[in-house]
Each structure stands twice: as C-alpha cells, then as structure tokens.
Ligand binder design. Structure first.
Ligand SMILES: Nc1ncnc2c1ncn2[C@@H]1O[C@H](COP(=O)(O)OP(=O)(O)OP(=O)(O)O)[C@@H](O)[C@H]1O
Length: 310
C-alpha cells in the first residue's frame, strides 16, 4: 500500500515580485526515487530549500513524514539532504567529518561510520582532508554525511554534477543500493536526464515554477514510442515535405530535429525524399524515445501554449 513521505500542496514562493514557484503540487510515496526535472531557474532548488526548512514557507503546504513544514519536530532528523554543495568541513578529514556528523545525530558507533565510508567507496580517503578531495570524492562525502543517520528520505540536488562517467555510474549504483537495501525514498534533481531515467521510478517536470507533468517510469516508456529521429539543416522545410508526402505524425523538436512517430517507415526513402526536396539531412536513425526527447517535446508544447495565451 502506498504511503506518502512528502506531500507538496499548492506551494507558491515569491522573491519580491518574482514568482519562483507557482501552485506546485505532487506527492512522493515511500520507496519512490522521484526525479525532478527542469531548466535552469525552474525552481528545483527553491523547492528543496522549502522542504528542508532552509527557506520559509509562504503559501500552500508541505507535509514531510507526517509533519507540516514550519512545524517540524522529528521529520528533519529522519531525512538526509545535499542541496547546492555538500556541506563538509574543509580542514577535517573524511573520518573526522563523519565523526562530527555522528555526534550531531547522537550516533556512538564506529561500525556505522566504517560501513558508511565503505558504502560510498571512500575507504582510501578516510584520512584525507575534505579540501584535498576531488569533486567526485566530495560528492561521495556529501552523500556519506547525508546517509550516515540512515534517513528514511534523501533529498539530493544535482548529486552527479561534475562526476566523470565512471563516477556517474558508481553513484547511480550507490543510489539504487540505498533504495533497494535500505528502502530509502529519494527526491533527486539532475540535468543529466539519461542518468535520472536510469535511477528514478517517477518523474516530475517543473517549468517556470509549475509542475507541468508527473509520470511513472512505466508511463514514460509507454508515451515514448519509437520513431525516426531526423536531424536536418532546416526543420520547418523538412516538416512541410513530410506533411505533403503523408509522413505523419511527426514532432518538430527544435530548428534542426524532428521525430517521425512511425515505427515502420523506411529511413532511406525518407532521406531520399528530403534530399530531393532541398533539405540537407545530417542524421537519420530509428530510435526508442528517451526521457530527454520526452522532456524537450513537452517543453516545446508548453511554451507554444504559453505563447498562445500571451
Ligand atoms: N533568494 C533569492 N532571491 C531572489 N531570487 C531567487 C532567490 N533564490 C532563487 N531565486 C530565483 O528563483 C528562480 C528559481 O531558482 P532555483 O535555484 O530554484 O532554480 P533551479 O531549478 O534549481 O535551477 P538550476 O537548475 O539552475 O539549479 C531563479 O530564477 C532564481 O534566480
């Protein structure tokens, strides 16, 4: 049975006249890894700051682990968060940082610290000062500090920023293990949508402070039919040619990219048709839809609707 860990209800946030969040609502259920997606400035960090009480509530309500934001009693001690940058003491070693965190949480157990260091793969760096860690190791330390008290709910803002490809893969595996082995529920934001897709069970897409779409991974996979992805010099002309020749339906993703939503078309024929009609084809390939494509398409539609309302 589903159990809400976090409920965001009609939350708005203004900074002066600027509206950063606009009547945002969604729920994170126990066991979810909820991927939060949105362009720069969409409002993701603002929302995470509100959830964790780093920023005061204005309108709407947030319920975290059964307690209302602004009146938290135990909820904050049951969550772990890495927002903006991992908060470690630069001159303390990895182990000292963890020890300090343990003291703050009333944990008097060397085993918990050793396990946490092992879990995030920082065994060899435990005696290194935080200021001498690489970016990826720093991210791991941030995660270690967040998971040390074994939180029920983890909030991670851009956790894989700046990690190298193998670091990204290892971090993804860490998050999956946390979810599977410790049943940790998570809210994660990232611009690396291919990664977010692999780790998340649900997605929420924020645009200009509004939640424009929420869907499960299964719903995303269903919505993402396969199609022919076409990259050209001028998408509007390619769209006209496809339209006149009955190649429908298709989406114009941007000035250069189209997605022909028909699985059974012959790529060579479409290529020939476009070229003979004066379109320079740079790439044409069959592919399964990605989270990135879904997002770009949704954003395109939303911006079109917004423009029509203006
Ligand atoms: N304290 C503040 N005062 C004024 N404006 C703010 C403040 N904090 C955030 N904003 C504005 O609110 C908007 C949302 O910012 P936020 O940091 O939440 O975006 P984000 O989705 O996390 O973006 P990014 O992906 O770039 O991290 C931005 O336009 C930002 O400039």
């Amino acid at each position: 049975m589903s159990e809400p860990i976090l409920t965001i209800n009609q939350v708005s946030k203004h900074f002066g006249h600027f509206q950063a969040l606009d009547h945002l609502s969604f729920t994170v259920q126990r066991g979810d890894i909820f991927g939060l997606i949105g362009e720069n400035g969409a409002g993701k960090t603002t929302l995470m700051r509100l959830i964790t009480g780093l920023s005061p509530m204005q309108t709407g309500s947030i319920t975290l682990l059964g307690e209302k934001a602004g009146h938290y009693q135990r909820a904050l001690s049951r969550i772990g968060a890495v927002i903006e940058s991992p908060a470690a003491f630069e001159k303390l070693t990895v182990l000292q940082n963890l020890r300090l965190c343990a003291i703050q949480h009333g944990i008097d157990d060397q085993q918990v610290m050793t396990e946490t260091i092992d879990f995030v793969g920082l065994q060899e760096k435990q005696r290194t000062q935080a200021r001498h860690l690489s970016l990826g190791q720093r991210q791991r330390l941030g995660l270690a500090l967040a998971i040390l008290p074994r939180p029920d709910f983890l909030i991670l803002d851009e956790p894989i920023n700046g990690l190298d490809p193998s670091g990204i893969m290892e971090f993804r595996q860490l998050l999956k293990r946390l979810n599977e082995e410790r049943q940790t529920t998570m809210l994660i934001s990232s611009h690396i949508l291919s990664e977010l897709y692999q780790v998340s069970t649900r997605f929420g897409i924020i645009h200009h402070g509004r939640m424009i779409k929420q869907l499960s991974k299964t719903e995303l996979d269903q919505a993402n039919q396969s199609g022919l992805s076409i990259t050209v010099d001028q998408a509007p002309l390619a769209a006209q040619v496809l339209d006149h020749n009955g190649y429908k339906p298709f989406d114009v993703l941007d000035d250069h990219r189209l997605l022909l939503r028909k699985g059974d078309v012959d790529a060579a024929r479409v290529n020939q048709l476009l070229v003979t009609n004066g379109v320079l084809v740079q790439d044409i390939s069959h592919q399964t839809g990605s989270l990135e494509q879904f997002y770009m398409q949704l954003l395109g539609q939303t911006e079109k609707q917004e423009a029509n309302h203006d």
